[in-house]
Ligand binder design. Structure first.
Ligand code: NI
Length: 258
């Protein structure tokens, strides 16, 4: 089994060939794709894709870049969307102090509101943390939430251990295939496979040898192979265990009977 635990199939980059992209994913052996909302309209689109395709699951939430657009009704709309049986997580939410598109104080305020909302909805959270490790960890810890994933994990092994202590998974993007990604490779080497997920984050972050191109779910095979190489395992086993981790984090089998 193979799962892309974090894609953005709803984005405009896939507008013209979404069907072919999903076909290639199927040919690559991908069983499920979790497509992740980043603002209200894209969350809506993610849910509608999940509604349309059996092998697609969706999440809803407002990315730190987009928190400036949160209005009076936004959370009510997200609550409503989250009732769909194929919505399996809340996110991606968090802090991005690299691009700082929204002011940091506003990012913190909206992150904390959305952690509460995730709790109210009883959904695991997908955390986006870029250049904000300490504050992200502190806020997650304070929220009391103990089910979720740090997506595109970019911390070091010390941070990884703290995330694991909180019961969180770490998600490994295609970046791990880059020669310079020594910190991430070290994390992958030392963190047990039972705490790792695989993701593309497509259309972003294509792994080698596709680096610089539009990413897509089928390329997750490259990431699985790199993780296998680092850990000295068969890539099929890496695929199977990380897929099982994804199913259990997102309660995907349970959601089929919701
Ligand atoms: Ni993403």
């Amino acid at each position: 089994m193979l799962i892309d635990s974090h894609a953005h199939l709803e984005m405009k980059e896939f507008e013209h060939d979404r069907e072919q992209v999903m076909e290639r994913a199927k040919l690559a052996g991908i069983d499920f794709i979790v497509t992740v909302g980043t603002n209200l309209s894209l969350s809506r689109k993610a849910v509608s894709l999940a509604d349309q395709y059996d092998h697609i699951y969706a999440t809803v939430g407002i990315h730190p870049h987009d928190v400036g657009k949160i209005g009076n009704k936004t959370y009510d709309d997200l609550r409503e969307l989250a009732r769909h049986k194929k919505v399996v997580a809340y996110g991606e939410i968090g802090l991005d102090f690299f691009r700082n598109i929204a002011p940091q104080a506003q990012q913190r305020e909206k992150f904390s509101e959305q952690l509460l909302l995730a709790q109210e909805l009883n959904l695991p959270v997908i955390i986006h943390d870029r250049d904000a490790h300490e504050q992200s960890l502190r806020m997650v810890r304070a929220s009391g939430i103990r089910r979720g994933v740090f997506h595109c994990f970019s911390g070091d092994y010390e941070m990884a251990k703290q995330c694991l202590d909180l019961g969180f998974y770490l998600s490994v993007p295609g970046v791990v295939t880059f020669d310079k990604a020594k910190t991430l490779q070290n994390v992958v080497k030392h963190v047990p496979l039972s705490s790792l997920l695989l993701e593309t984050d497509c259309p972003y972050l294509a792994p080698n040898p596709y680096r610089g191109k539009r990413n897509e779910p089928a390329y997750i095979v490259q990431t699985a192979k790199k993780v296998a190489e680092i850990k000295g395992l068969l890539w099929e086993d890496v695929a199977a265990v990380t897929a099982q981790n994804t199913l259990s984090l997102f309660h995907i089998e349970a959601s089929l009977n919701k």
